[in-house]
Design a protein around this ligand. Structure first.
Ligand code: HBI
Ligand code: FE
Length: 264
């Protein structure tokens, strides 16, 4: 009852593999010079450039060697507790299905392209791999403390929509951006969204939208810094403080925010 199912890799059709190939080629071209170096080396370590939807068993073997994570298939979204339990044990759950070829740009539920192309390469990075495990353990505690709404914002603004400062530039590491052709350009280049220095409490106060490009992105200095700002924190008193602070809209800028310009 852990919500996982066999991937049944042999059952994918030629057309399904072709959808992966189209998305993969388009996104890797789009992301040249835009994605964090850790993402690009993850693609290499895991041999994701091989055509077709990856076989989770072979993928897990390579990932296991790199950082001790494995990838398991799920039919779609699974309950929060099960999701966190998997992460806390270094198991990443990925959608088995792939979007149809008339849905290349938009879909609601995470499919195998979002989950594997967007999330899995960074799991080959030792520090990010530890961050994801810590998030899973933190999620289980947040559920007990009734604080999931706050902690979910941390996942959203880092794992899904995070930016990182690297080689004097802004780069993408969030899977929601990496797997979206439109947002990968918008996140780095558009003058519209705010790009704010990452701060744990600030992020956990900030609401987010799931139906449009983000209006604020939070920028980390390094994965090490992200891990330290989160893993080292005792979240129970932070949640208590958050109860007394108003939530912030995605567009808000506070006087104490570190606002980054595109050239940093
Ligand atoms: N299930 N398959 C899947 N993928 C997710 O990203 C996911 C989930 N269930 C719950 C969940 N995410 C949330 O708890 C977190 O995003 C906070
Ligand atoms: Fe995701």
């Amino acid at each position: 009852m852990d919500g996982t199912i066999p991937q049944n890799w042999a059952a994918y059709t030629a057309e399904e593999h072709a959808v992966w190939d189209v998305l993969f080629t388009r996104q890797t071209e789009q992301l040249r010079g835009c994605a964090t170096a850790a993402f690009l080396s993850g693609i290499e370590i895991l041999h994701l450039e091989k055509p077709g939807i990856p076989d989770f068993e072979a993928l897990s073997e390579k990932l296991m060697r790199a950082t001790g994570w494995r990838v398991l298939a799920v039919p779609g979204l699974i309950p929060d507790a099960a999701f966190f339990e998997h992460l806390a044990n270094r198991r990443f759950v990925a959608g088995r299905f792939i979007r149809r070829k008339d849905q290349l740009d938009y879909l609601q539920e995470p499919d195998v392209f979002h989950d594997v192309f967007g999330h899995v390469p960074l799991l080959a990075h030792p520090v990010f791999a530890d961050y994801m495990q810590a998030y899973g353990a933190g999620g289980l505690r947040a559920l007990q403390l009734g604080a999931l709404r706050k902690l979910a914002r941390l996942y959203w603004y880092t794992v899904e929509f995070g930016l990182i400062r690297e080689a004097g530039e802004l780069r993408i590491y969030g899977a929601g951006i990496l797997s979206s052709p439109g947002e990968s350009r918008y996140a780095l280049e558009s003058p519209e969204p705010n790009r704010l220095g990452f701060d744990l409490m600030r992020v956990m106060r900030t609401e987010y939208r799931i139906d449009a490009y983000q209006q604020s992105y939070f920028v980390i200095d390094s994965f090490q810094d992200l891990l330290h700002q989160t893993l080292d924190a005792d979240f129970a008193p932070l949640y208590a403080t958050l109860e007394r602070l108003p939530d912030l809209e995605p567009t808000t800028i506070l006087p104490e925010d570190r606002v980054l310009t595109r050239g940093l």
